[in-house]
Design a protein around this ligand. Sequence first.
Ligand code: GLN
Length: 540
Amino acid sequence: MSNSTKYVFVTGGVTSSLGKGIISASLAKLLQSRGFSVTIQKLDPYINVDPGTLNPYEHGECFVTDDGAETDLDLGHYERFLNVPTSQANNVTTGKIYQSVIEKERRGEYLGKTVQIIPHITDEIKERIQILGKKGTHEFVITEIGGTVGDIESLPYIEAVRQLKWELGGNAMFIHLTLVPYLAASGELKTKPTQHSVKTLLEYGVQPDILVCRTEHHLSRELRNKIARFCNVDPDAVIESIDAKSIYEVPMLMKEEKLDDVVLRKLKMPSTVPPDLDNWATFLHKWGNPEKTVRIGLIGKYVELKDSYKSIAESFIHAGSSNQVKIDVRWIHSEKLNDENVGIMLDGLSGILVAPGFGSRGIEGKICAVKHAREYQIPFLGICLGMQCAVIEFARNVLNHKDAHTTEIDQTTKHPVIHIMDNQKNIVNKGGTMRLGAYPCKLSNGSIIKEAYGRTEISERHRHRFEFNNEYIAEFENAGMIASGINPEGGLVEIIELKDHPWFVGVQFHPEYKSTVANPHPIFNAFVKATVRISEPVKS
Ligand code: GLN
């Protein structure tokens, strides 16, 4: 199949943030729903080797794959749309490309040649794009090129895909995403920025086959014809992408616009089986017609930038749809919470989620939120650092170890209930060195968590250096906090829960990375169910 793998390159013009990731994921969904196997890849033009060392304020959440890659958050969208796991190969950065080229140069693999952007960097990019096609499992590889056409940083990528299109001939095509702005003063949609950005692409030797135009108003037939005429594309290859209420509506909109039909026609692929989005439509219907509203607090320190907790927010949408409830997520800054105001700040919540994180900022606020959830019997989910906070809170306020802490923050505590994992002790490098990716976990019978999953063996993705200190396990269990999920290989505690509480769970892993439209995550599903049980109807 490798010879016949079709490559779709998605570029962006005019401005960033037009949603190339969502357009790529929506096209992939449509092709998948016609029975094709599809994968999506993101090329990121920054020099970080991966986004793992980036502050979430810079680039949003860092998404983690099963094979332990720290990646761009767009990979989360790809998985949520397609329900197929991505891997290391699905996210390439300039840092990775240069690292690999420089390592090859040091090994003498370029046989004395001067190493240059063309051909060495571009060849490396081309190879990384084709790795996914060569696996032989995908009929389509959709490659999203980060940044905006014209950026200095994305030039080597545009050059690489230009060459690749030449080499692959009819097996490759270009989609260019642009903006058609609306001028309110004159009441007009303007095509000039699109024309200019296509001209820029043409200067680099790339002729787009399809233009997807982001717009706030419908594009008339006349306007589509005009864009087609100026940009050398077929009129039906000018696709309208009108602002949608939710990213999950975009596959439906792209279906109406026949984006998949045009792609299949350009690549000479059969289009006899129509896209089947029935399950997707059911998901949207249930989500759009909630029977109840529940209010859940998300306690974190990056709440000003909602992309920092992207996968958690999306998991709530999936679980909201499957429970047919609207989830009103209240984003609460952990730094602003303290013992005095916690009652007021968390008033009216039917559920409390304490978010993952690193470092000391806001941690005492998170611990206050845990205490509130524990004492007032409010359904609680702690994720990673959130779980660690639940352990610390229990040690301080139930076991009476007043100075209990994690050694991430207090290395001199007499009660290090959370401590560094043995194999993390001597690691100095920050990038890619945490406990990353999927690990198995065994659940205890009779636990809340076993009930949520309906089975005892699970696999979930991790991203942490610290863990529950097993020296304390008996003391915790005797007092009512039990370890209900254990890693079968090393005995690490992966899940804690409270016995005398309607629903109180802390997980060392990140369930949010595995929630998809087709498979809402069992933990989020069960958490939302628990919040519905205790909540009174709230007017939305
Ligand atoms: N900082 C904690 C650790 O490294 C938790 C990490 C997280 O929440 N992802 O263990």
